[in-house]
Design a protein around this ligand. Structure first.
Ligand code: DON
Length: 314
């Protein structure tokens, strides 16, 4: 189907697909382990799909503003690769899914050489954050924020300071992971500084349209079709998309790859960034999470859209 025809279909059908998916939110739960996140509306569901010519279709609560949480890990990985190269990064972080919860430390001790299994579990993402270059904490955070400015075409993205502080106060599990990694010489640097940068990039505020734009740039291997510029190296985007496919939906990544068939990365705020390779970027928000930590209604919606549109990464 041509883009124009597809966008027409989406324009007509997306609102009803959102309506059909909303009831699924009631069987999930808004994340509360970061207390500030629990204030998000349980039944919200929104989506934006963006095409390379700049046309987009949105439906539902797409104007919701939410923190990126783990979705940011896709881009800190790319920045760490740009700063250090593949050899340095993959000396400290592996390439395999875990089958465990995203904040598990289990395999760090069980499986040699004791490096995090992949860059999207918390242990891996904290290690990746420690590899971002900059002369101090402020400069490192600013470089991450600048990357998001170029990817979203905005110059005023903000941190949700309440979510940041909430995670700083309640982040003992992440703190213990970071100290464990430091004790094993996997994480180099000051734990508090690395966690400050990590919590900060998790707390960057976005909307579905921002995720869709970032997803579109990944879909096009790092080129921004809206400005005609290359923003990210193709090789590193391909690495990131591969991790999105194998580990992007935590320990439900295999099921998602089969049911939805698209690369994606979710966050505990209920956001999902997905893409149709070469064609579309997709941003979803639905704060109610399933037991794997993915948006309950959001996953349902993406499965519906992908099946109805006959989309697949293969
Ligand atoms: O570190 C945390 O727990 C959150 N800032 C991010 C968690 C999240 O979205 C799931 N991670 N894979």
């Amino acid at each position: 189907m041509s883009n124009t025809k597809e966008l027409d279909t989406l324009l007509q059908s997306l609102p009803s697909w959102v309506e059909t998916s909303i009831p699924h939110a009631s069987s999930g739960k808004v994340a509360s382990y970061i207390p500030e996140l629990s204030k998000a509306p349980q039944d919200a569901l929104g989506i934006t799909i963006l095409a390379p010519d700049g046309q987009s279709v949105s439906a539902g609560d797409c104007s919701q503003v939410f923190t990126m949480q783990s979705i940011s890990k896709v881009f800190t990985l790319i920045l760490a690769l740009m700063d250090n190269g593949e050899d340095e990064v993959f000396k400290r972080v592996g390439m395999e899914p875990t089958g465990d919860n995203f904040n598990s430390m289990l395999k760090l001790e069980l499986v040699r050489p004791g490096i995090p299994f992949n860059p999207f579990i918390n242990a891996g993402a904290i290690t990746v954050t420690s590899l971002i270059h900059g002369k101090n904490m402020e400069e490192k955070s600013q470089r991450i924020l600048n990357l998001f400015h170029s990817l979203t075409g905005k110059d005023n993205l903000a941190y949700d300071i309440d979510v940041f502080n909430s995670e700083l106060e309640s982040g003992d599990l992440n703190r213990s992971i970071a100290y464990f990694l430091k004790g094993n010489q996997v994480l180099i640097g000051d734990v508090d500084e690395v966690l400050d940068i990590y919590f900060r990039h998790c707390s960057i505020l976005v909307q579905c349209a921002d995720l869709a734009r970032m997803g579109l740039i990944l879909a096009l291997d790092g080129e921004d079709p809206l400005t005609g510029t290359r923003l990210l190296p193709k090789r590193y985007v391909q690495i990131a998309k591969t991790f999105m496919t194998t580990c992007g939906m935590y320990n439900a990544s295999g099921e998602f790859a089969i049911d939805v068939g698209l690369p994606a990365k979710s966050g505990v705020s209920g956001g999902i960034l997905s893409l149709v390779p070469g064609r579309y970027g997709i941003g979803v928000i639905g704060p109610s999470l399933n037991d794997k930590g993915n948006s309950q209604a959001g996953v349902h919606l993406l499965e519906m859209v992908s099946k109805q549109m006959n989309w697949s990464m293969f």
